[in-house]
Write a protein that binds this ligand. Structure first.
Ligand SMILES: Nc1ncnc2c1ncn2[C@@H]1O[C@H](COP(=O)(O)OP(=O)(O)OP(=O)(O)O)[C@@H](O)[C@H]1O
Ligand SMILES: [Mg+2]
Length: 370
């Protein structure tokens, strides 16, 4: 079924309400705040947290819904994008039609509702990626024309950054209800996360995919003190290291698979500074040409095969994995920036690539609120 125009499928009062909420000011929170607040998940605190989300989530969601309606180059009317927009509007409506949260029972019901919202939005990234692919095909663009789509990159950066924030807030609130949280965990935050251990597990996962795809995989060496810990969200770090290692393994594998030489290992170095924890993922996979470097953080650039060319039915299936869309680096950088960090990639063409993942140690930086 083709998604319908906004005015056909949603009432005018809902659209007016979206406009109104979309203009309100968003409120950001920091990692430290989430950690301190969440360390005392009393009924009273859970109520305060739910009341905050009751006001904050519709503001953030309305902003995204409005933006989804006003994208350039006809992206807004691509079927996949309409589908995403409808998820946002459905979630906005669920939140706005929920009665005021006055007591613990209301709070519990509200928690179930936002949990369902989070699930509804699980496939936003691959579905948007599909919409962008549809646009790219429609415009007959290949990797050359990406500069013209600057506005779309900027939009996607804002859109996905906002999504990271919304999911963090919902996930954190839901997790605080866990009666038996794992030791040293406050919701999604691990107060004593070992970056070396997370890097080990992300590397194993990436290596398993490489083995599956190529039949062999370069080794990975990790340097750093496994007993060093700091507060962070392990799932975020796992995702970032996984993406970086996947890129490195692919580069090394492609370069060495037909050669007599032994593939050099991918090296991961974890450094604990005063301001930052920095993780370097270093490979000898031949690097990236300088002309390609400005494109690697865009959502349209990939040197991998387009999964849509190989599986045209991806458009209708429920996508859960994403390979070769060119999303690994830009999304990882957003995760890094979400808590005040950053990601940089430096390449020596003909030799290899170093990716520097900086994570802010202090946890004081406010969420970026696009
Ligand atoms: N370590 C690396 N060595 C060589 N090229 C790299 C490396 N990392 C990234 N690249 C280049 O940058 C492009 C973009 O990387 P990115 O991770 O964003 O997307 P992808 O790997 O193509 O697809 P996805 O990560 O979404 O599956 C890659 O296609 C590749 O050409
Ligand atoms: Mg990648």
């Amino acid at each position: 079924m083709a998604a319908k125009k906004l005015c056909e499928s949603f009432s005018k009062s809902l659209i007016d309400d979206v406009q109104k909420w979309g203009c309100m000011k968003q409120t950001g929170v920091s990692l430290r705040y989430m950690m301190e607040f969440g360390s005392k998940p009393t009924a009273k605190n859970l109520l305060i947290s739910a009341q905050f989300l009751y006001k904050e989530l519709p503001i953030r969601i309305a902003r995204r819904a409005i933006e989804l309606e006003n994208l350039p180059y006809g992206l807004s009317v691509k079927p996949a994008v309409l589908k995403v927009r409808d998820w946002y509007l459905d979630s906005f409506r669920d939140l706005r039609s929920f009665p005021e949260i006055k007591n613990s029972d209301d709070e519990k019901e509200f928690t179930q509702m936002i949990k369902a919202i989070k699930v509804r939005h699980n496939n936003v990234v691959p579905t948007m990626a599909l919409g962008v692919q549809q646009l790219k095909k429609g415009l007959r663009l290949n990797n050359v024309g990406y500069q013209n789509l600057h506005e779309i990159h900027q939009f996607l950066d804002r859109f996905y950054m906002s999504r990271i924030g919304i999911r963090m807030l919902i996930g954190q609130h839901v997790e605080l209800h866990n009666p038996n949280p794992p030791p040293d965990c406050v919701g999604y935050i691990h107060t004593k996360m070992s970056p070396v251990k997370v890097a080990e597990s992300a590397s194993e996962d990436a290596r398993a995919i490489c083995l599956r795809e190529y039949g062999s995989a370069p080794n990975i060496k990790i340097y750093g003190d496994p007993s060093f810990t700091f507060p962070y969200v392990p799932t975020h770090l796992h995702l970032m290291v996984f993406e970086l290692v996947k890129n490195s393994l692919r580069a090394v594998q492609e370069r060495f698979m037909d050669s007599d030489k032994v593939a050099p290992p991918v090296r991961i170095i974890v450094a604990d500074g005063i301001e930052d924890v920095t993780i370097k993922v270093s490979d000898e996979g031949g690097g990236i040409p300088r002309s390609g470097l400005p494109k690697i953080f865009t959502y349209l650039y990939t040197t991998a095969k387009n999964p849509l060319d190989e599986h045209p039915d991806l458009g209708t299936a429920d996508l859960v994995t994403m390979a070769g869309y060119g999303y690994g680096l830009p999304i990882s950088r957003l995760y890094a920036r979400y808590f005040g960090g950053d990601l940089q990639v430096i390449s020596m063409e003909g030799y290899g690539t170093d990716a520097y993942l900086h994570l802010s140690r202090l946890g004081d930086s406010q969420e970026p609120l696009p």
